[in-house]
Each structure stands twice: as structure tokens, then as C-alpha cells.
Design a protein around this ligand. Structure first.
Ligand SMILES: [Zn+2]
Length: 74
């Protein structure tokens, strides 16, 4: 069994909580990344999460990344 190696990267990563009903704000694909900005949560798929990660991390108060789940299911 493998464990998530980056779970403590930021010290604020939560357990898996994104589900199939959580959708990317940009394209509507299933969300794997959630970023909290100015008190509101933005959801992104793996593609857009990576695309906007650099900008978002600069302003986000929390960063939740479940993209590791993608590797498990491929
Ligand atoms: Zn997307």
C-alpha cells in the first residue's frame, strides 16, 4: 500500500473530500484541486489546477490537492 507523500507539504492539507460532484470552475471536469481565496473556495481539475497553481498559491489561504488520486486510478 502506498501513502500520500505530500500530505504534510503545507501542513494544511485535508483528507480527501472532493467528490464527483465537485467540478472545475474553468472547464467543468471533475475537480481535484481546491484553493481558498478571499474566503471563497475555487475548484479546479488537475489540468487547470496546474495551469493556475503558481498564481493561485500566491493568493490562496489554503491549497488542497487530490491529484495524487489520479495516479492511483490510471
Ligand atoms: Zn479544468
Amino acid at each position: 500500500m502506498t501513502t500520500l507523500s505530500t500530505a504534510t507539504e503545507q501542513g494544511a492539507v485535508l483528507e480527501h473530500r472532493l467528490t464527483a460532484v465537485d467540478r472545475c470552475d474553468s472547464c467543468g471536469a471533475q475537480a481535484y484541486i481546491a484553493a481558498e481565496v478571499n474566503g471563497s473556495e475555487l475548484l479546479f481539475c488537475a489540468h487547470h489546477g496546474r495551469k493556475y497553481e503558481e498564481k493561485l498559491r500566491a493568493v490562496a489561504t489554503s491549497w488542497h490537492d487530490e491529484t495524487a488520486r489520479l495516479a492511483e486510478s490510471v
